[in-house]
Ligand binder design. Sequence first.
Ligand code: COA
Length: 164
Amino acid sequence: MPAHPGEHGPAADSSNSSRILQMDPSHLEEVLAIEAVSSLEPWSHSMFLQEMTQASSRCFIIRGAGEPAVAVEGFICFRAVADESELLNLAVHPEHRRKGVGKTLMQFYIDFCRRKNIRKLYLEVNNSNQAALSLYRSFSYKAAGTRPKFYQHRFDALQMMKEI
Ligand SMILES: CC(C)(COP(=O)(O)OP(=O)(O)OC[C@H]1O[C@@H](n2cnc3c(N)ncnc32)[C@H](O)[C@@H]1OP(=O)(O)O)[C@@H](O)C(=O)NCCC(=O)NCCS
């Protein structure tokens, strides 16, 4: 039973909406494999489970196009409280990067927030992560602050914000 039934509404492009599903425990093996090769500080199984069941959090996966069920290509997790949201995690399988999957997930996220009247979107990103920085800038996120040596006591975090 999904934690937030009936809520995984459509992405902007209907050809993509059917590929995006609320994350459930059956996805975690694939999600954890993507996470392991995507993050300096990977989330554990229990961290994903916690976010999947938390009332204020949402996690979605995106599958490859095709039938029957095709592999998980990426995922996104975020929190939403009142009119604010924080992007918590986003990753695309290395084999599927640079094909628009991250962009599709971000567009889905922004559309979700619009439908919920969420107006302020926040995130933190490793300031040396050029791929993510470029993705977020392409969605008009702006720098809003820094946390020096936030990741592994080495890399600065850039705080970014977008108003919709
Ligand atoms: C960041 C990430 C999610 C992007 O996913 P993706 O599916 O490859 O991204 P897309 O193909 O949708 O690209 C969308 C835009 O992002 C930017 N981008 C993506 N990869 C890039 C790269 N390697 N270098 C520079 N810009 C990049 C570009 O602006 C791109 O638009 P363009 O293709 O028109 O130039 C992916 O690289 C990833 O999973 N990285 C590891 C996890 C991570 O860093 N997550 C973010 C944590 S804050």
